[in-house]
Design a protein around this ligand. Sequence first.
Ligand code: AMP
Length: 432
Amino acid sequence: MPHQPKKEMPTSVKGMHDVLPEDFTYLERVIKEAKRVSEFYGCSQIATPHLEKTELFVRPLGDTSDVVEKQMYNLRTRGGDRLSLRPEATVSVMRAYHENGMQSLPQPVKLFSAGAFFRHENPQAGRFREFHQANIEIIGDDDAISDALVIRIFVSTLQSLGLKDIIININTLGDKQDRVVYRKELVAYYRKHIDMLCKDCKRRIKENPLRLLDCKVPGCGALKDGAPPMVDYLGEFSKKHFAEVLEYLDEISIPYFLDSHLVRGLDYYGRTIFEVFPSDADGENPPALGGGGRYDDLSEMMWGKRVPAVGSAMGVERVVDLMKKKGLKPRSDTKPKIFLIQLGPAAKKKSLILLEELRKIGVPIAQSLSKDSLRSQLNIVHKLGIPVAVILGQKEALDGTVGVRNMETGVQETLPFEKFIGTIKARLKEFS
Ligand code: AMP
């Protein structure tokens, strides 16, 4: 027999994965909660495209930033346009704000968005090439209370998911003028230790000295402690703004750690920046649940008009991971607590009516309509751990009744169809 080459099974792309049904309930729960909390605080939802023009990201994120230099998925269309899969949300949302005339709305405009983002990073625990974020942007206002509000929404979302022990690492990068002075000081400090710097940092010292503070290479990391703290170089305006942000956080009892060497990976940030961690996180560089800050200069840089703004990005997979570690289950409103067992052709037909009546009153019900035997349907009820079975047999179909069996006690009663529909919602509350 001629040698058949082994057929390779097509698989998913490295660093990108399927979200299977069980994980989807977690993912959806986190995004829904983030949306619910943000809506309470006045955010409306927006969605921007997954593909944007590459140039939209290059300047704001920084052409020497890791994201632009190494991680963007860039492509060229047949027509020659350079496009990129979005690596983050803020710049796109600011574009949408300008493109859709949102300056004429009452300011600030508060927006929530969620979806998939793409970065060509080395896949590892909590780091993927396609991942999800839930984002808040408050655009068109300078007030320190907006900074506090963004953090409030982030923390409240985590708290309502059951994640109570959270710490915010916070810093201010000052405004543009403050940073000019600070950069000089930083360069002077690192030049004294140039031999100890890694190859990338030797480049960063010329191109983007603030990034030196973000280097994870142990030698460079050790130098960070002795570096001048940004807080010593703040002008009056930035100092006052930051003090106000911290006062608001004190007022609402959100714990924070002042990290005067904290920087963020993207260039558009100025003034308040923060990252969020579980307070019991261990290890050298624990993965952040998210972060954010002010980007007051972004609008002017790209659209020629100053529009101060502040925002946050929550890493959904990271939050899911933490929920699992803490044994928190995603409460699902749609998880059925009843299973429909149908027996015989007449019951099978009637079952479609019963299902639709339950759907209309918002009662989720599981079923396996293509199975005919009682035993195979009961097997599924047991496997799914559903507490109530509604039995529609030949007799019930003729009488206009249903049998309702409590699967835990085995007690079964027969109810007229209308009475069953009228009372089932209240009775299911017993089964939390
Ligand atoms: P960043 O603005 O880059 O700090 O991203 C905000 C948050 O998104 C991070 O704190 C993470 O929680 C999450 N995140 C960023 N990059 C990734 C990635 N490659 N995989 C999974 N989550 C990520």
